[in-house]
Design a protein around this ligand. Structure first.
Ligand SMILES: C[S@@+](CC[C@H](N)C(=O)[O-])C[C@H]1O[C@@H](n2cnc3c(N)ncnc32)[C@H](O)[C@@H]1O
Length: 725
């Protein structure tokens, strides 16, 4: 069936992501003016129509600026719109060639066509001051609506080319009527404006200045990146820029090549192993996270008043700078300036492309909490309030406190425990070496440095669905002994864990060997931030992390359990303590000597892992014991790997294994605000959106933390763990 001319026109604009409701009034006017001459409208693949549409948008953008800054559309409803704005770049981006795009989930659509040869336009393309836009559209899920069901913009009478006006109005034709009818058939869901009004204004006012310096190749180009979503679940990213400010010798590159170029650049600068990084994936992730955060927010005060985050890349391109704007839409801007210690600038809302800070809301920002001791910097940000900075000493590697008996001597590593005849990279050798024996003759890592799926799954099964034979019960439990002043107590059980064994100094391979991941240290970009759910500080990645990524190890002082107990007796009850027990291999011993029953305490000296909060069951990190320097497994490294793909800025969590139902336990566990649907803490009054409270009284009483962190919860089925048996 052949489409009627109206449908044909709307098909073109729909393909460009323009809602029907915005096009119909413009089409209606054009039909009047051109005396229903469709040839004029269809010419040049509907350039006249598109031109009239963008002219209208530009005009509307200027007129509606003040209203939209108030966050409302014409009908007075809040506009669900967010801006990632403020990027200043020194090259002019260009339109994608849509034909280059594969049928991937992220589609690139030009929202305008090149201006050359546009007919019947009151503003010829040579004016050059307009924005060119590109929309990246992602479907939240397969059920989401198509782009054309994205919200309509303002429904005011559109502007039309000036000659159109001169011709005056005629009575409604059947085509016009059809347009009108169609216009009424759909209700706008919400407003998405392809042209930033603030930007339009700034560009208009800049025009003459820019024109006069047309030959200046290093001019600063303004771009804005907008994110919008419809309530139907579709998320759209829109990138606007002013092409007229581009370099005169600018030539449109292939979009696919641009993507590859950016990917290579980021892979190099962030030491990303393998081909993990993809710009499309990043944008998809951004859209999905937007959708997820918007969808999952049950607390309206959080959803509506979520303070906007203004994130600035610092000079070194690593740390982010986050400020707060209460009751503003989320506003994340990637700027190009250096670090600020405190928030500054106006509390007034400014143009969407301007990075702003709220002076009334001071925030803390540390560029690198590691003090240069890690390969990567790890920033800390408090964008909620002026929270006291955590007091601890950052150490990148474990240190022995006093009595722990850790014998790191090469002489103790026998031939079967190393691969002295290997060279280079053990993973690329056709013969599996001795270091893979621990993991069943196969290395735990992929050549890309990720944990293998099977191994990850097996580790998680032991943690989350332990069987009876995964537990060992000590005859003389060091934990109970320390707690009860030496009197023997019944052991509550220790989980026998799967270990990774990494190559080490006696091995013939080099430091780049694929079986040396944890020992090479942190390589992902991480940030400590103040959580909004009463959990205190937390940790998040600044980039998306694939499943099986090594994030960091739990570093602290190596203490004997007795030392820990004594230490905690002297600690103020107000202070968090951060111990974990190294009991993953207690099964191999009969009765452990005190100096062999060890734990890691990050209370005073620790690394970034001390900020990882707890989440029941569906945490995105899993802790895995790693043997590196010594085959003696009283001492090992506790490494965190991603249990699934983790989005950039998603909080990293770890299931501490707390049994919140253990009413016999002398110390009450903290009230869990993990937010998991499977939260084990039934007593918890769920997060109510009030201020985060750092000093939860739990986890602060001497002796408790150790047990809270190590005690295994009741398994989902089987009930094999019996704390009293
Ligand atoms: C290892 S620390 C984690 C970092 C800590 N949030 C901080 O600010 O330093 C453990 C403490 O964090 C808090 N915490 C961790 N997970 C939590 C959760 N799911 N709900 C509430 N508080 C949590 C508790 O106070 C706990 O004692």
């Amino acid at each position: 069936m052949v489409d009627d001319p109206v449908t044909k026109a709307l098909n073109v604009t729909r393909a460009l992501g323009i809602p029907d409701e915005e096009v119909k009034p413009i089409l209606k006017n054009l039909l009047r003016v051109y005396d229903k001459n469709w040839t004029l409208i269809e010419e040049g693949n509907y350039r006249t129509l598109l031109d009239a549409y963008f002219d209208h948008k530009e005009t509307m953008g200027k007129e509606d600026k003040s209203r939209r800054y108030e966050g409302h559309d014409e009908s007075g409803r809040p506009v669900k719109r967010q801006n990632l704005a403020g990027k200043e770049v020194r090259a002019s981006p260009t339109l994608a060639d849509p034909s280059e795009e594969s049928d991937s989930e992220v589609r690139v659509l030009p929202l305008t066509t090149p201006r050359q040869g546009i007919m019947k336009s009151s503003k010829p393309c040579s004016s050059g001051s307009r924005l060119e836009s590109k929309a990246l559209v992602l479907r939240g899920d397969k059920k989401t609506k198509s782009l054309r069901e994205l919200p309509a913009g303002p429904m005011n009478e559109p502007s039309v080319p000036s000659e159109v006006h001169k011709k005056g109005l005629t009575k409604l034709s059947s085509s016009e009527k059809q347009v009108n009818d169609l216009a009424l058939s759909k209700k706008p869901v919400l407003a998405v404006h392809p042209v930033s009004p603030g930007l339009s204004k700034s560009l208009t006012s800049k025009k003459s200045k820019d024109d006069s310096s047309a030959s200046n190749h290093s001019r600063i180009i303004k771009t804005t990146l907008n994110i919008a979503s419809s309530s139907m679940g579709e998320v759209k990213i829109l990138l606007d820029w002013d092409s007229a400010l581009g370099q005169p010798n600018f030539q449109k590159p292939k979009f696919g090549e641009v993507l590859k170029f950016v990917e290579n650049k980021y892979v190099r600068s962030y030491n990303i192993v393998g081909d993990q990084f993809s710009v499309k994936k990043l944008l998809k992730d951004l859209c999905e996270s937007y959708l997820k955060m918007g969808t999952n927010s049950t607390d309206r005060s959080f959803a509506i008043n979520h303070p906007s985050e203004v994130i600035k890349e610092t000079g070194d391109g690593h740390a982010l700078h986050v400020a707060e704007q209460k009751k503003r839409p989320l506003n994340i801007g990637f700027g190009a300036t250096g670090i600020k210690g405190k928030g500054s600038s106006s509390s007034e809302y400014t143009d969407s492309h301007t990075v702003t800070y709220d002076e009334k809301r001071p925030f803390n920002f540390l560029n690198d909490i590691t003090k240069g001791t890690e390969k990567v910097k790890i920033s800390l940000v408090d964008d909620i309030g002026n929270e006291t900075l955590p007091k601890f000493n950052y150490i990148p590697q474990n240190v022995i406190y006093q009595n722990a008996n850790i014998n790191i001597s090469l002489a103790r590593i026998v031939d079967d425990d190393c691969c002295s005849s290997c060279s280079g990279d053990c993973l690329s050798s056709s013969i599996t070496c001795a270091c893979a024996c621990e993991t069943g003759g196969e290395f735990a890592y992929t050549p890309q440095g990720l944990l293998k799926e099977d191994f990850l799954r097996a580790c998680m099964a032991i943690k989350y669905e332990p069987q009876q034979d995964h537990f060992v019960y000590c005859k003389d439990c060091p934990l109970e002994k320390a707690k009860n002043d030496g009197s023997p107590e019944q052991c509550k059980g220790h989980l026998i864990r799967k270990f990774i064994k990494e190559c080490w100094r006696k091995c013939g391979c080099d430091m780049q060997c694929g079986n040396r991941v944890v020992q090479r240290g942190i390589s992902c970009k991480l940030q400590v931030f103040l959580t909004r759910e009463r959990k205190g500080w937390g940790l998040r990645p600044l980039e998306a992390l694939p499943k099986g990524t090594f994030v960091c190890e739990y570093v602290g002082e190596v203490l004997t359990n007795t030392e820990l107990y004594d230490r905690n007796m002297g600690i103020s009850k107000e202070r968090h303590t951060y111990p974990v027990t190294l009991d993953a291999d207690w099964s191999s011993e009969g009765i452990l000597r005190d100096e062999e029953a060890l734990c890691l305490d990050a209370t005073f000296n620790g690394n970034v892992a001390r900020f990882i909060n707890h989440r029941c069951f569906d945490a995105n990190l899993v802790d895995i014991p790693v043997e590196v320097e010594t085959p003696d497994r009283h001492y090992y490294h506790l490494a965190f790997f991603t249990a699934r793909e983790v989005a950039a800025l998603e909080e990293l969590t770890w299931d501490y294994g707390i049994d919140f139902d253990d009413i016999d336990h002398p110390i009450e566990a903290f009230s869990c605000s993990c937010g998991s649907e499977m939260c084990r803490d039934k007593k918890t009054k769920k997060y109510d959106g009030k201020n985060a409270c750092l000093k939860s009284p739990s986890f602060a009483t001497p002796g408790s933390n150790l047990h809270i962190l190590t005690k295994e919860f009741q398994p989902k089925s089987g009930g094999q763990v019996n704390p009293t048996s």
